[in-house]
Design a binder for this molecule. Structure first.
Ligand SMILES: Cc1cc2nc3c(=O)[nH]c(=O)nc-3n(C[C@H](O)[C@H](O)[C@H](O)COP(=O)(O)OP(=O)(O)OC[C@H]3O[C@@H](n4cnc5c(N)ncnc54)[C@H](O)[C@@H]3O)c2cc1C
Length: 311
């Protein structure tokens, strides 16, 4: 399993329940690591992302065939009927691969951004919009998608302003008129300082000296799926860079599964964990009737094969 976020750990847990020998390679750069709270996971709404993953890791390694190591997978190739994954510390051989490496976000270049990211500055309206209810909100970005992003934020914010941090806004005439219709000002000026006091952000100072009063900001610039291993293995990647999987989490390269943010669809902890569970179970079941790694219990028979009358 390459990647030990919610998708990879859910896959590992289920592989462990099927007693498959499972190694999770993880660099602990899970996407929401800077967020104070993770919202919307049923039963754990509002938990700390770090505590959530600590618990998930403990759940997975409860199964004695599962191990998690701090290694970065740097390349992957097919060898015989299995795979070799090279890491920054060595090589591992596996019969199956589960890719759950997530995505990498691009951040705006704003002084003071890091100190407020995850508490007053957020990424995803769906994840943290509720916490911005009745706040004055800045939508930071310049791509044409930022118009929809800013309109989304009106679901919760008392007011929304788009700040492009000095870039030219990329939206066409429809974007400008939709934003105008909803009193969303577009400001194409750099932010030179984020203002805050104890509970969090209070505003942003622009290059012109104008101060925008705002207690929440959301940004949307770009994010890049970490799809290098999938590319090396020859998996189909969609036009946005996501790894294409079927309903069982398998890619079009037999034996390679994927799940979580690196695949198309909603980017949420619960969705990632669900995809990890579905792909992990399918991956475990695909070894039935075969052999597994030395030291792990032999898989059971393949019911389909046994009942087909061909045995
Ligand atoms: C600021 C922020 C707040 C968010 N808040 C919420 C929220 O409130 N609710 C919600 O549902 N979702 C939230 N999300 C989205 C959520 O974080 C993701 O949907 C979720 O983390 C995806 O899980 P994943 O397992 O696919 O990827 P990740 O959690 O990103 O995990 C990927 C793991 O793979 C590891 N990795 C990557 N490449 C390699 C490699 N080559 N070798 C080894 N390891 C590797 C990384 O270190 C990381 O640990 C938020 C996202 C952000 C950015």
């Amino acid at each position: 399993v390459c990647g030990g976020g919610p998708a990879g750990l859910a896959a590992a847990l289920w592989l462990g329940r099927y007693r498959r020998k499972t190694l999770v390679l993880d660099t602990e750069e899970h996407r929401n690591r800077k967020a104070e709270h993770a919202h919307g996971y049923l039963g754990s709404d509002g938990c700390s992302p770090g505590d959530f993953l600590d618990a998930a890791r403990s759940d997975a390694v409860k199964y004695d065939t599962v191990r998690i190591v701090s290694e970065r997978a740097v390349s992957a190739r097919r060898e015989g009927n299995g795979f070799i994954v090279a890491t920054d510390k060595g090589e591992h051989r596996a019969q199956r691969l589960f890719l759950a490496t997530g995505v990498e976000d691009e951040f705006p270049d704003i002084p003071g951004f890091d100190a407020l990211y995850g508490s007053s500055i957020h990424h995803c309206p769906c994840c943290d919009g509720y916490e911005a209810r009745d706040h004055s909100v800045l939508a930071i970005g310049w791509g044409d998608h930022v118009a929809g992003y800013a309109l989304d934020l009106l679901e919760w914010g008392a007011s929304v302003k788009v700040v492009t941090t000095g870039e030219a806004f990329d939206g066409g005439a429809e974007c400008w008129s939709a934003l105008r219709r909803h009193d969303i000002e577009v400001i194409e000026e750099p932010i030179v300082e984020l203002l805050s006091d104890d509970p969090g952000m209070t505003g942003a100072r622009l290059a012109s000296g104008r101060v925008l009063e705002a207690t929440k900001a959301f940004f949307s610039i770009a994010h890049k799926p970490r799809n290098r291993l999938a590319q090396e293995l020859g998996c189909t990647i969609d036009e946005l860079g996501y790894i294409v999987i079927d309903a069982h989490g398998e890619t079009d390269v037999p034996g390679v599964y994927a799940g979580g943010d690196v695949t198309p669809g909603e980017q949420l902890v619960q969705a990632a964990a669900a995809q990890g569970a579905i792909g992990g179970i399918a991956c475990a079941m695909s070894l039935r009737g075969g052999r597994t790694a030395p030291g792990a219990p032999a898989p059971g028979p393949d019911p389909e094969e046994e009942l087909s009358g061909d045995v």
